[in-house]
Design a protein around this ligand. Structure first.
Ligand code: ZN
Length: 530
């Protein structure tokens, strides 16, 4: 990683003189184009144009167009329609029937047959294998098993198993996108490895999302010849301190996975407790970091100076999820309307989750969680107390809600796997004071097989999501570049790759490279995994 950064910097330094010449040339061209566009707009509105005088437009509005949702891909729509609330119910009910899925139960020898976390892992593995058989062996189904040494919530060395299945895209070195939930559960005591811990919502619901995505996307990917790869995951050890996901994130790092996004679904059951009047079933929250967990002090200072505190790659992933929901879950494709509610923080107060393990390893990762949680049904022994039912029971899960969450995940995974890789290394050339902006970026790696172009996007600095865009031809060059009359001081810029069918990559924003040797992972700033 460090090596690559140094290389990138070297390339840019070598290019900078040529850049200055190009910048001068393209400022002139772009200004001419901008004026012509303004004049055309004025004529269309019946206003006479007076030479080069602007007609009331703001540069950031008139130079581009308002962004609208990407077109729906019929193959993806068909896949999303295959997602079944009934199958999700069966998955969650089966997981609940393992009695306890406490991570610590893997070391117990006196559990009845079919009880405990190991039996649950075997069942999930079997499900992945069965899905793979349905698509001609398209999944590489794997166990990632390791022994967690004694630690804060692990009293003796404990075997932990993650189950994952890789669906390879057509491009061997293409980006990979991962969807995960944790199959371990807990009750009131984190050290209880025998007592009932149904974990229906936390987090059998997330595991059901992973399995359902695997079922429908393994079929669709083959038909669509998607370049990107997908990884369907169920981890354990979450309640003990994110141990499973940490091990998997480190495995991904050590094996050089080109992991471009991780969707962590944890508590997506749409809690249906009677009397909860503020629950909403038409939306789900997506939490994402705005400053990368791996940003060291120097990088943090640069992020602050440039106002890029809302533009970590994880935040771009969250925005891509909101966009996928707008394209597919807008009520127009025979599926319910369902929206992503973006939350600009890594997780809820006092809580954490598996996405943080991936963030710590430098991968973009977000957390998906229902609108309102019921804390009587999380980390509680199953019991009645003062007329209140405690425990994470099946009866409080809304399977149709989980199906909508699964559709939102699948729409995102399918869009990103079908799209070309994102552009690399976006740079703003701020070499002198000027109102326009010159930007350059590296071509996607790997280079897309088919026709593609770039889309420069921007938004006002206080807007939550991208607002304006302009197409930029790709021309087969090793880098993309454009000079625009929009001031870099007033907006945030990003760029994405778009293929001929309209699949959009995740947005690449301005690179803030860390000087070599300044990388320091941050300590976890939360108290309880969930
Ligand atoms: Zn959880």
């Amino acid at each position: 990683m460090e090596e690559k950064r140094v290389e990138d910097r070297g390339m840019r330094q070598g290019m900078s003189r040529r850049w200055r010449r190009l910048a001068v040339l393209s400022v002139g061209l772009a200004m001419a184009a901008g004026v012509a566009m303004g004049a055309g707009l004025a004529e269309a509105q019946g206003t006479p144009s007076h030479g080069s005088q602007a007609v009331g437009g703001l540069d950031y509005e008139t130079f581009g167009r308002r962004l609208s949702p990407a077109p729906a891909d019929p193959q993806i729509t068909a896949a999303l329609r295959q997602i079944s609330a009934e199958r999700i119910r069966k998955t969650i009910a089966t997981l609940v029937n393992f009695g306890t899925r406490s991570t610590l139960s893997s070391m117990e020898t006196d559990l009845s047959k079919g009880q405990g976390v190991t039996a649950a892992a075997d069942w999930i593995y079997g499900q992945m294998e069965a899905i793979s058989q349905q698509c001609g062996g398209c999944l590489e189904v794997r166990r990632d098993t390791f022994v967690q040494p004694v630690s804060e919530r692990v009293a003796r060395p404990t075997t932990i198993t993650n189950v994952y299945a890789i669906l390879r895209g057509t491009e061997a070195n293409g980006p990979m996108y991962l969807v995960t939930g944790h199959y371990d559960s807990r009750n009131s005591s984190n050290s209880d490895d025998h007592g009932a811990a149904p974990g229906a919502n936390d987090d059998a619901s997330g595991v059901a999302v992973s399995l359902e995505c695997a079922r429908v996307l393994s079929q669709a990917s083959r038909k669509g010849h998607w370049p990107g790869s997908l990884v369907f995951v169920a981890v354990a050890g979450e309640e003990q301190g994110l141990y499973g996901s940490m091990h998997l994130a480190q495995l991904a790092r050590s094996q050089g996975w080109n992991l471009a996004g991780v969707l962590n679904n944890d508590i997506v059951g749409g809690n249906t407790t009677p009397g909860e009047t503020l629950q909403r079933k038409d939306r789900v929250r997506v939490f994402s970091e705005g400053i990368p967990a791996t940003a060291g002090p120097v990088q943090q200072r640069r992020i602050r100076a440039l106002g890029l505190q809302d533009d970590a790659p994880s935040r771009q992933l969250a925005r891509a999820m909101a966009a996928a929901a707008q394209t597919y879950l807008n009520g127009l494709h025979g599926m319910q309307r369902f929206t992503v509610f973006l939350v600009a923080r890594p997780d809820r107060y006092l809580r954490g989750g598996d996405h943080m393990s991936f963030n710590t390893e430098g991968f973009p990762a977000v957390r998906v969680t229902e609108w309102r949680e019921d804390f009587h049904h999380q980390h509680q022994n199953v019991r009645m107390e003062d007329g209140v039912q405690y425990g994470d029971l099946l009866q409080f899960v809304d399977f149709r809600y989980v199906a909508n969450v699964a559709r939102m995940n699948a729409a995102t995974l399918a869009t990103l796997a079908a799209a070309p890789a994102a552009p690399g290394g976006l740079k703003i050339h701020a070499e002198r004071l000027e109102n326009g902006t010159t930007l350059s970026w590296n071509a996607p790696n790997p280079l897309p097989g088919g026709k593609f172009h770039y889309e420069l996007v921007w938004r006002l600095t206080d807007a939550a999501d991208w607002q304006y865009g302009k197409d930029v031809p790709a021309d087969g060059a090793a880098e993309g570049r454009i000079t625009v009359p929009v001031s870099k001081d007033n907006v945030i810029f990003g760029v994405r790759t778009v293929d001929a069918a309209g699949h959009r990559s995740v947005v690449t924003t301005v690179e803030v490279p860390a000087p070599a040797g300044t990388q320091t992972g941050t300590k976890r700033g939360w108290e309880s995994a969930s």
